[in-house]
Design a protein around this ligand. Structure first.
Ligand SMILES: [Zn+2]
Length: 69
């Protein structure tokens, strides 16, 4: 019986670690600049993680995921 308990605890920790990891991974945006879609004087960025799109003044980088907004 204690073996089952230990196995259950290990499974619980592995699952919670995996859940936390997958959540924190999807929270991060991976912005890519797309110069072909940028308007003059702007820089266009799209996120490969959540497909958010934004355009900013040239030289600026988006820092946050736009999916929550
Ligand atoms: Zn994103």
């Amino acid at each position: 019986m204690p073996v089952l308990l230990i196995l259950g605890l290990i499974a619980f920790f592995v699952l919670s670690w995996w859940w936390h990891r997958s959540r924190s991974l999807t929270r991060d945006c991976k912005w890519r600049e797309d110069r072909s879609r940028a308007a003059p004087g702007r820089s266009f960025h799209h996120c490969v993680a959540c497909r958010a799109e934004t355009d900013l003044p040239i030289g600026e980088q988006p820092r946050h995921c736009l999916r929550q907004q």
